[in-house]
Design a protein around this ligand. Structure first.
Ligand SMILES: Cc1ncc(COP(=O)(O)O)c(C=O)c1O
Length: 405
């Protein structure tokens, strides 16, 4: 007997209030940010995708099919784990939303299963992805294998060297990994190549963006696919905490998808929302408004508007832009975007491993590093309750850590 895991089941996330993080409309604007800045040849593809997503997202059968796939295949809901020793050491109650326990080891699978099911519904046969840390590439290769789609992943040569294990995993899953040798040979260059490739094969190909970036509808669509993280966490916190909700909600920021999904669950509560950037890739605090990869946001750039190279120890965070909705949330003061250094991040990986027995991804450790630095200060007073989204697990970073430690 064969059971279709994406046939309609119960939809846990449908029909909730949308509040601040709402549908950005047909222009895809978040305040002064977002929009669609693409070559003319890509406009019809973006419009077709927006129409396809709007129709699918309003269709209870699609929503419940996705929820069922997330549950039966990807292992949702992921738990919220209260830390024991670390909370006692820090003097704050620290809870972890465990996206490291989702299938393929990070939150990326939520978005990719959504996009792959949508691509299939729209009659596409090929998934095109870009990846930095490789987690999005692995998730894309996984979803393509599950749904019988061809998969091509663009990855900067420098990231290929940093994330050897994930390159092998993608190939094992049947994907073609295309090395990108231009520029800084990292995520930004992989995005350029992926967009160029999409232009050339737009009819049969779905461009599967890895974060809340790119032209409209990507930032909105990816946030909606990641909303499940925040919605689940909110319910889980309500069941775990006497006061019902955390005081502070923290997530790391590369393009910003795990943070957007997490924040979407808490934006209409009193919780402070904190997105933690890498000090060398802090597009919100060090960037200025500009256009990159088809959208307007805060971007690291020089005085002539040339894109600057970002730096981070983690391949998933050295990206010079940030999802446009985050730039807007910063503008209106609803979310804060501090940054942490590589050294703080490595220390955070070690501290979590040794106090709680959890090895987090370097990306996720940015969120944790902020908590470790600020616990007991006016930023994060003693006795606060903090939820950190642990976006992924650290296996992929083991080789890099061996060299660093
Ligand atoms: C585990 C993990 N966390 C976070 C990120 C950053 O992406 P985003 O900001 O879109 O969540 C990545 C990106 O590769 C990742 O692999």
């Amino acid at each position: 007997m064969s059971i279709d895991i994406s046939t309609p089941g119960v939809d846990a996330v449908a029909g909730r209030s949308r509040s601040l993080m709402a549908d950005p409309g047909s222009a895809g604007r978040f305040g002064q940010f977002g929009g669609r800045y693409v070559p003319e040849s890509l406009v019809p593809a973006c419009e077709q995708l927006e129409a396809g997503f709007r129709e699918a997202w309003a269709d209870p059968a699609f929503r419940s099919g996705l929820a069922r796939t997330l549950s039966l295949y990807a292992g949702r809901p992921t738990p919220v784990t209260p830390t024991l020793r670390l909370s006692a050491e820090l003097g704050v109650t620290l809870l972890l939303k465990r996206e490291d326990l989702a299938h393929t080891g990070s939150h990326k699978i939520n978005n990719v299963l959504g996009q792959a099911l949508l691509a299939k519904r729209m009659g596409k046969v090929r998934l095109l992805a870009e990846t930095g840390a490789g987690q999005h590439g692995v998730a894309s290769a996984t979803a393509a294998a599950l749904l019988g789609l061809e998969c091509v992943v663009f990855m900067g040569q420098r990231d290929i060297e940093r994330q050897e294990l994930n390159v092998f995993r993608m190939q094992l899953l049947g994907a073609t990994v295309v090395p990108v040798h231009s520029g800084s040979r990292t995520l930004k260059d992989a995005c350029n190549e992926a967009l160029r490739n999409w232009v050339s094969q737009v009819d049969e190909t779905h461009y599967c963006a890895g974060s809340v970036m790119g032209p409209h509808p990507y930032p909105w669509m990816v946030r909606e696919f990641q909303r499940v993280v925040g919605e689940e966490a909110r319910e889980q916190c309500a069941a775990l905490l006497p006061q019902g909700q955390p005081d502070v909600v923290v997530a790391c920021i590369g393009g910003g998808s795990n943070a957007a999904g997490t924040f979407a669950g808490f934006v209409d509560t009193n919780a402070r929302l904190v997105g933690v950037e890498a000090a060398g890739g802090a597009a919100i605090s060090s960037g200025a408004p500009g256009v990159l990869h088809g959208y307007r946001s805060r971007v690291l750039q020089d005085e002539n508007g040339q894109i600057l190279e970002a730096h981070s120890i983690s391949a998933g965070l050295d990206y010079p832009g940030i999802g446009p909705e985050h730039a807007h949330l910063a503008d209106i003061g609803r979310a804060e975007y501090p940054s942490v250094t590589d050294e703080e991040v490595v220390a955070a990986v070690l501290r979590l491993a040794r106090t709680e027995g959890i090895v987090s991804a370097l990306e996720s450790a940015h969120a944790l590093a902020w908590v470790l630095r600020e616990a007991g200060t006016p930023q994060l007073p003693t006795d606060s309750t903090v939820l950190v989204t642990l976006s992924g697990r650290g296996d992929k970073d083991a080789a890099q850590l061996v060299e660093l430690l």
